[in-house]
Design a protein around this ligand. Structure first.
Ligand code: SAM
Ligand code: SF4
Length: 330
């Protein structure tokens, strides 16, 4: 695999791409979407062939890691075809972030199609609270999905939990015990101000990673993990378990200096930073005449100059980025 040809003005090498494959979802998580969302018209959404072409060109430029996300990637029709295609690119790491609702039927086909790892979102182990947070989700379906992923032989499964005061902060110890029992990792995420939401005040609901750590430490000693996660999560280990506990702290710990990733939205916008709007329109290139891989790669290489030095999220809950997370691909 070639060394990454993608470096930005601050000397950071980009070798990780997150591709959003749909803005649609079967859930309506309160921190991610409005209740009545309008989704994109189909012609504005990249086709699976266009997404694969973007992926292949990133790999040609030295990308070693691709994550498929959304929206809910498993509600995209024929997603397995895309997974099979990208599965042939010889990536060091090929992963998906999913809400888990389709995994009872999809885990095994995904594994067979070449997917390496899964991150599964789970914010509550209480069926009513789970329903409140996701608005439409059914807890038992996701729990079965997590079991299906384990049975399909996925290693390195990680649970993602967005912690919100008054909604699920009391469940942190139970979620840790769940992760230990299932022998999976778990990351706690600070809610980010993406998209305007109405169901809670993000400033008041913010539960910092420091606060989450203090709660866990009442039950388990946490020792910083020595291995480098290569991402924004800072990992800890517990003495008596293989489970790693991660913290993604966009507010309280700025991880921008080591950022190695970019995102491509479902409309083909190459987004250089989650917390800024700097972007380049790849769809225009993909649908230009003639479409050439050289032009696509040149556009991607030049876009690196737009990668901003850092994001600036304030903690008062004010929206700074109008696009919702389902557009961006978390
Ligand atoms: N539907 C899939 C899922 O939920 O895992 C993938 C897409 S979702 C946008 C990716 C991740 O972003 C999820 O773990 C979700 O909890 C997280 N997320 C969504 N909105 C967020 C926000 N405003 N702040 C922090 N994390 C958020
Ligand atoms: Fe859907 Fe994931 Fe957003 Fe929840 S976080 S609404 S599951 S895209």
């Amino acid at each position: 695999m070639p060394q990454s040809k993608l470096t930005d003005r601050f000397g950071r090498t980009v070798n990780y791409v997150r591709l959003s494959v749909t803005d649609r979802c079967d859930f309506r998580c309160v921190y991610c979407m409005a209740e009545d969302m309008t989704f994109l018209p189909r012609q504005q959404v990249l086709t699976l062939e266009e997404i694969a072409r973007v992926a292949r060109n990133f790999v040609d430029l030295g990308t070693e890691k691709i994550r498929l996300t959304g929206g809910e990637p498993l509600v995209r029709k024929d997603i397995l075809e895309l997974v099979k295609e990208i599965g042939t690119y010889g990536l060091r790491d090929f992963a998906m972030t999913t809400n888990g609702s389709q995994l009872t039927t999809m885990a095994e086909p995904l594994r067979k199609a070449g997917m390496h790892r899964l991150n599964i979102s789970l914010d509550s182990l209480d069926a009513d609270k789970f329903r409140n947070i996701t608005r439409t989700g059914k807890l038992s379906q996701v729990l079965d999905g997590i079991d299906a992923a384990r049975e399909a032989g996925f290693r390195g499964i990680k649970i993602n939990t967005v912690v919100m005061k008054g909604r699920n902060d009391e469940e942190i110890p139970e979620l840790i015990e769940f992760a230990r029992k299932k022998q999976v990792d778990i990351s706690f995420i600070e809610e980010m101000p993406l998209g305007e939401i109405s169901e809670h005040d993000r400033g008041l609901a913010l539960c910092t990673s420091e606060e989450v750590r203090d709660i866990i430490r009442k039950h388990h000693e946490l020792v910083p993990a020595t291995e480098d996660s290569g991402g924004p999560a800072r990992y800890y280990r517990m003495e008596d378990s293989e489970t790693r506990v991660g913290f993604i702290s966009p507010h309280s710990h700025n991880f921008c200096s080591t950022c190695n990733r970019v995102r491509v939205t479902v409309e083909g916008r190459l987004l250089l930073c989650l917390g800024n709007e700097h972007s380049v329109d790849l769809r225009r290139v993909l649908r230009g005449n003639p479409v050439t891989d050289d032009k696509l790669r040149e556009t991607i290489i030049n876009a690196m100059d737009l990668k901003p030095e850092r994001h600036h999220f304030s903690t008062n809950g004010d929206v700074q980025i109008l696009r919702f997370m389902n557009m961006t691909g978390g």
